[in-house]
Write a protein that binds this ligand. Structure first.
Ligand SMILES: [Fe+2]
Length: 319
């Protein structure tokens, strides 16, 4: 169903999903209890929570590397999903009771637009589907009240089977399809790319997982790569960021390989604006940055300068 009001993307967040962040916060939904930990990342997310409340979006879309699909890009398409999510690697940190409302109309539009891009798109209609922890952690850290509908998107595994160019090209198409779906359904949307940056990590955990005296970068080289990528985001140099991504993935096993970041940047039209970095921190040595692109003001300025037309449905938004 098409809306008479054109929707738009308000903001995009790089929203990494280590379950440690939820564990450190001790929310009522999570069973394991901690003594805190990873505060710099959790405080970074608190800024984002305030920002999202102020933006009052209709929906938060999240692309998660841990909902892996072999054939095509999948969209959650059940009005409500609830259950218990347990991290298979860290079950002692993350056993989370979730309940979420899904924007199924937007799911339909996303699938339709993805097919229009020539992508394989599927709707996930199993009411007993167990939502992955990547989706849940990113959404919890951005909006622990769960009072905004969401739309989860799977990570098609093609980046791991094909060349970088082919795989990331698919994510650009998926981003453009997502943007058109948001526009034609009239949604005011926030995007979340559920990606860690550098991803080489330690394989031994301290006796107390939240012992921050044991938390540090995996290697200086990996840290330098993260800083290089973050600095390009801060400077708004997304062309340069895209150019270094293949080597970044190769040298640090960066999780952006799953495509979430490229999907989000493409949906926003690769905004040539400085991103706001709310925080950086390591989790078992991996590099995690909480980063915001507030394109709402760009969209406001564009709507002020553009003469209104009735022919705009489905056109690309430069923001
Ligand atoms: Fe992950």
């Amino acid at each position: 169903m098409e809306s008479t009001q054109k929707g738009r993307i308000l903001a995009g967040f790089l929203a990494p999903h280590p379950p440690h962040l939820v564990y450190g916060e001790n929310p009522p939904q999570n069973k394991p209890r901690s003594q805190g930990g990873w505060e710099n990342l959790r405080w970074a997310y608190e800024h984002c929570r305030q920002k999202i409340k102020a933006l009052k979006p209709d929906v938060i879309l999240v692309h998660s590397p841990h909902w892996q699909t072999v054939v095509g890009h999948h969209f959650l398409r059940v009005p409500q999903l609830a259950g218990l999510s347990v991290d298979p690697i860290f079950p002692h940190l993350f056993q989370y009771r979730y309940q979420m409302d899904i924007d199924v109309e937007l799911a339909d539009a996303c699938a339709e637009e993805a097919e229009r891009e020539g992508l394989i798109a599927k709707k996930m209609t199993n009411p007993n589907f167990r939502v992955d922890y990547g989706t849940i952690v990113s959404l919890h850290m951005l909006n622990p009240d769960w009072d905004i509908p969401v739309l989860g998107i799977s990570a098609n595994n093609s980046p791991y089977y094909f060349t970088h160019d082919y795989a990331q090209d698919q994510m650009i198409k998926l981003g453009e399809a997502t943007r058109r779906a948001i526009e034609k359904t009239g949604r005011r949307a926030v995007l979340a790319a559920s990606n860690t940056l550098s991803h080489l990590h330690f394989d031994r955990e301290p006796e107390i997982p939240e012992d921050m005296s044991r938390e540090y970068v995996y290697s200086f080289e990996q840290y330098q790569w993260d800083m290089k990528a973050i600095e390009l985001m801060r400077q708004g140099k997304l062309d340069e960021l895209m150019a270094i991504l293949p080597e970044f993935m190769e040298k640090t096993a960066a999780e952006v390989k799953a495509g979430s970041l490229v999907w989000m940047l493409a949906a926003m039209g690769f905004p040539q604006m400085p991103a706001a970095v709310h925080g950086y921190g390591t989790v078992i040595g991996t590099g995690n940055a909480v980063v915001e692109w507030d394109v709402s003001k760009v969209a406001d300025r564009l709507s002020e300068t553009q003469a209104p037309t009735t022919e705009e449905e489905g056109e690309a938004c430069p923001a």
